[in-house]
Design a protein around this ligand. Structure first.
Ligand code: GLN
Length: 189
């Protein structure tokens, strides 16, 4: 089983390292091309800057191949900017992939200096959550399962093969449990 991490911009190395730590039989590879995408069984879209990622995804001709694979059932996990790109609606902007029935508002927790760490439940596990200029999920569709909440707002959600977290699990040292959860999704797919 091979999991890809979209490697155009953002926190790539941390995700690769944590996926590799889950199980010796699971490989993690960076994805920059259509051929690399074809070789993976699941994809992580990391945090970074969604405006930059949009431009690069278009330039690297990855929009349609990713959309087609996810619609065909390939598991995808978007963290922070990745969540923004997956959302059906983005306040004040046109959506990108539109593969997850939520509305988001970008940078809604404040500026870089307002970054914070929290703790909370994720699908029954108590985990650390790092928020860096994170989006707020302002609406959750009826087919979307809420896996984590913070102050009454959804911060981790899943709709079938689409997982998204507003926070960055890859920045919590030595904790690969959410990566393990995603590997399980890929294994089951
Ligand atoms: N603020 C970024 C955006 O709107 C997301 C930040 C992140 O991924 N940590 O795209």
């Amino acid at each position: 089983m091979t999991i890809g991490v979209l490697a155009l911009q953002g926190s790539v190395a941390e995700h690769l390292k944590l996926i590799k730590s889950v199980n010796k039989k699971i490989d993690a590879v960076p994805v920059r091309t259509v051929d690399e995408l074809a070789s993976v069984d699941g994809l992580i879209i990391p945090g970074g800057e969604s405006t930059t990622l949009r431009i690069l995804l278009d330039e690297f001709k990855l929009y349609t191949p990713i959309k087609v694979r996810v619609e065909a059932g390939m598991p995808v996990w978007g963290t922070c900017a990745g969540l923004i790109l997956l959302a059906n609606r983005i306040e004040g902007e046109r959506p990108y992939f539109g593969l997850l029935d939520v509305d988001v508002k970008r940078n809604a927790y404040g500026r870089q200096i307002d970054s914070f760490v929290a703790e909370g439940d994720f699908a029954g596990m108590y985990v650390g959550m790092v928020f860096i200029r994170a989006p707020i999920i302002t609406r959750v569709g009826s087919d979307v399962e809420v896996l984590s909440e913070l102050d009454g707002k959804a911060v981790a959600v899943r709709q079938n093969n689409v997982l998204a977290t507003a926070f960055h699990p890859e920045l919590v040292a030595r904790d690969n449990r959410i990566h393990k959860y995603f590997c399980q999704m890929v294994e089951n797919a």
